[in-house]
Design a protein around this ligand. Structure first.
Ligand code: NDP
Length: 289
């Protein structure tokens, strides 16, 4: 039977965390401080609480300073803006992460715009999005950057390949498409108005499914031998996490594939720490050991 390469994001994330811990050990004595990531959570959303806890635990494991701000659901836009101003000015802080979604009464765009672009480790600030469009270095959204790392470390070539990205959100699909383009892939971006999605997807040497439709992508979307990256995370009625791809079908045709869970998710967190390390090097003027 055909067996694809399983792209084990969980294992690679553990390797990256070891590398990050070594970097912190080498750099912190020279800088006089460890890297700092401030994590802000507004409200009680259980999924957000889990994400924030995972991020904070990863930070502490590798030796980052990682203060956490758990704010009441009633927090105002003004309260949040003042906290961001304080953190922007704090020399112990290299990165500021505001966990999304924010409560409906908070003006999200205003918040994201206030984070200093050199501390914007989520890569959502328009200045960083602009750099990505221009192909200039800057902080890039964690999920798509993590996917590039996963491809690179697995030795999967990008240059000259046809990449198809399903989804055009600012968090995943758009930055993913631009990163692949900047690495010389030929890129097709698909979305809910794409007329024949299976035909478009079958062109892909690298297929990134980031649509948030549990198990929609089956065998008929996949060219034999393609690399399939499943970004989707949805919780089924049974409480199990589901990707956008029907894994059991896809594994029969794909050349390489990410599982859910254990694929893209852990890479997102590992990349958040890489982004914070990049910001730390920038702020301290040190170079990577
Ligand atoms: P959004 O809902 O913001 O975007 C979904 C995109 O998919 C949209 O561009 C939408 O098109 C498109 N789409 C939706 N349905 C279809 C369809 N039937 N056919 C074609 N295109 C479709 O989601 P996000 O980008 O924020 O997240 C996508 C998924 O990835 C979610 O499951 C999310 O939970 C997961 N995720 C996982 C992360 C991880 O670390 N593993 C991190 C971030 C997200 P249109 O623009 O036309 O509406």
């Amino acid at each position: 039977a055909h067996t694809p390469m399983i792209l084990d994001g969980k294992a690679l994330a553990a390797t990256l965390h070891d590398e990050q811990a070594k970097k912190v050990q080498a750099l912190a004595p020279r800088a006089g401080r460890p890297p700092g990531l401030a994590v802000i959570l507004v409200g009680e959303d259980p999924a957000s609480r889990t994400y924030v806890a995972n991020k904070r635990n990863a930070c502490r494991k590798v030796g980052f300073h990682a203060p956490e701000y758990n704010l009441k659901d009633s927090t105002t836009t003004q309260d949040l803006l003042s906290l961001i101003d304080t953190l922007n000015a704090d020399p112990a802080i290299d990165g500021i992460l505001v966990q999304l979604p924010l409560p409906a009464h908070v003006r999200k765009e205003e918040i994201l715009l206030r984070i200093a672009p050199d501390k914007d480790v989520d890569g959502f600030h328009p200045a960083n999005l602009g750099r990505l469009v221009a192909g200039e270095p800057g902080l890039v959204a964690c999920t798509p950057r993590g996917i590039i790392t996963l491809l690179d470390r697995a030795g999967i070539p990008i240059s000259g390949k046809h990449a198809v990205v399903i989804g055009r959100s600012v968090i995943v699909g758009r930055p993913m498409s631009l990163l692949l383009l900047n690495r010389d892939a030929t890129v097709t971006i698909c979305h809910s108005k794409t007329p024949d999605l299976p035909a478009a997807a079958r062109q892909a040497d690298i297929l990134v499914a980031a649509l948030g439709r549990p198990e929609m992508i089956g065998r008929d979307y996949i060219k034999p031998g393609a690399t399939v990256i499943d970004v989707g995370i949805s919780r089924g009625a049974d409480g199990k996490l589901k990707g956008d791809v029907r894994f059991d079908e896809a594994r029969e045709v794909a050349g390489a594939i990410t599982p859910v869970p254990g694929g893209v998710g852990p890479m997102t967190i590992a990349t958040l720490l890489d982004n914070t390390l990049d910001a730390y090097l920038h702020h301290t003027g040190l170079s990577s050991p």
